[in-house]
Design a protein around this ligand. Structure first.
Ligand code: ATP
Ligand code: MG
Length: 437
């Protein structure tokens, strides 16, 4: 019996992986411009870390985590908790009062797999730790918008404030009494939520519940002076930087730790999986996890699968990335032996080289070279060995063919510019369909 990948776990194969590399390169470039530094984190953590940070009464902790029950460890369902754990563990706050960090990698949640929803999925997670300043909120959203824009994606930003421990209780009471009046019309999940976490009712996707909450009181009318001031500054900042946004008073986010600013980048092109990125402020969380007091933080996570789907949908195509500088066609035992050595020398000289070791005919090797998109082919057969000169064919201008010495330095002279694989993924190989048509 064939063994297949687990449900909700996906391979990213050549042909698709180039799009992921492209996405990461553009993102790293943007993060760099905003002066973020990378941190790499483990995938397994103590279960307690997620229970304490994300919150016991959240979907993630209640039903989505992959946990080794006997060992009390869990495969991370998101990155913020791990990143904060590392921030505290290494005392990163001592080195720099404000830390700007990002991490990229797989997350694990036991959900029902759908388009844009997997059990192992990938996020780019970006966090700013140690500043309460509204500019930080603005800058983070502006960076997200810049990245999505540079990827050519049409995505809109939705914004809300969840207040703070000062003002939220008052709002909670107002919301509770509104919900209680409509209790019988709510779905069973919301009936339960109305006692455990009433704000989550606002977030329910069931159409009948959505209808019921249309006139629910808005948190924005209950913000305390400080939260209101912060929220005004965030919005003024977005306006100053020309970042478009829309207020969404129903956006509460799934995680317990959020306060003040919360935001989502939304698309209409992925059906139910509308959020491509989401995040918010979590000013008390670092302290809750044993870090220093008064250490505010804010962050967001970008869902990479959803961005890749959008890139594919928007017909961003890429030229087959299986492309080399040189294909060496060695004919016969001797020819291929000499070619084998030259290939190694050329690779050490930073050229990408492909070669066949199966002793195929010249015709079949030329076919392969074409398929590989080789810029040049070097033919070494018996006649070439005898004369000591190989035939170098320029595959772009087919007729252009010359005899050259069978040495790496001679070949290098005839292949003017090398094209490091990494660079060409960004340049020529990934093109808008329109521009290539
Ligand atoms: P959703 O409402 O879609 O379940 P979420 O609120 O659970 O999203 P977050 O925990 O905020 O999502 O994660 C941030 C981003 O990660 C989401 O906006 C989404 O793009 C992506 N994401 C979350 N869960 C998955 C998943 N199971 N598969 C693929 N991407 C995901
Ligand atoms: Mg979810």
């Amino acid at each position: 019996m064939k063994i297949k990948a687990l449900k909700g776990f996906k391979d990213i194969v050549p042909g698709e992986v180039e799009l992921w590399q492209y996405l990461e390169r553009v993102a790293r470039d943007v993060f760099d411009r905003f002066h973020f530094r990378e941190i790499r984190l483990p995938i397994l953590e103590e279960t307690e870390l997620f229970a304490r940070s994300i919150g016991e009464a959240t979907d993630i902790v209640e039903k989505e985590m992959y946990t080794f029950v006997d060992k009390k460890i869990t495969m991370r369902p998101e990155a913020t908790a791990s990143l904060l754990r590392a921030y505290i563990e290494h005392g990163l706050y001592v080195q720099k009062p404000v830390q700007k960090l990002f991490t990229i990698g797989p997350m694990f949640r036991h959900e029902r797999p759908q388009k844009g929803r997997l059990r192992q999925f990938h996020q780019m997670d970006i966090e700013v730790l140690g500043s309460e300043n509204a500019r930080v909120d603005t800058e983070l959203m502006a960076m997200g918008a810049m990245l999505l824009n540079e990827l050519g994606l049409q995505v809109s930003l939705e914004l809300n404030s969840l207040g703070c421990p000062e003002c939220r209780p008052g709002y909670r009471t107002a919301l509770l009494s509104y919900i209680e009046e409509r209790h019988d019309s709510l779905c069973s999940d919301c009936k339960r939520r109305s006692t455990t976490n009433p704000l989550r009712v606002l977030d329910c996707k069931v159409p009948s519940c959505r209808k019921q909450i249309l006139d629910a009181p808005s948190i924005l009318d209950h913000l305390c002076g400080q939260c209101e001031d912060h929220f005004d500054k965030v919005q003024a900042g977005l306006q100053q930087l020309g970042v478009e946004y829309r207020l969404n008073k129903f956006m509460v986010r799934g995680l317990d730790y959020y306060c003040r600013t919360t935001f989502e980048f939304i698309t209409t092109d992925l059906g139910a999986q509308a959020a491509v990125a989401a995040g918010g402020r979590y000013d008390g969380l670092i302290e809750t996890l044993g870090g220093p007091s008064n250490s505010p933080g804010i962050g967001f996570a970008i869902g990479m699968e959803r961005l890749v789907l959008l890139l594919q949908q928007q017909e961003t195509s890429y030229v087959e990335a299986d492309q080399v500088d040189l294909y060496i066609a060695g004919i016969g035992k001797q020819g291929s032996q000499v070619g084998f050595g030259l290939a190694h020398e050329m690779r050490a000289g930073k050229y990408s080289v492909a070669m066949d070791h199966e002793g195929r005919s010249l015709k079949s090797q030329m076919k392969q070279a074409n398929k590989t998109g080789a810029r040049f082919v070097l033919i070494i057969g018996d006649a070439e060995l005898e004369s000591g000169k190989g035939i170098l064919r320029n595959m772009l201008s087919k007729e252009d063919q010359q005899e050259i010495d069978l040495s790496a330095s001679a070949i290098v002279e005839c292949i003017p510019e090398k094209s490091p694989i990494a660079d060409s993924i960004m340049s020529g190989r990934l093109k808008e369909k329109n521009s290539t048509d």
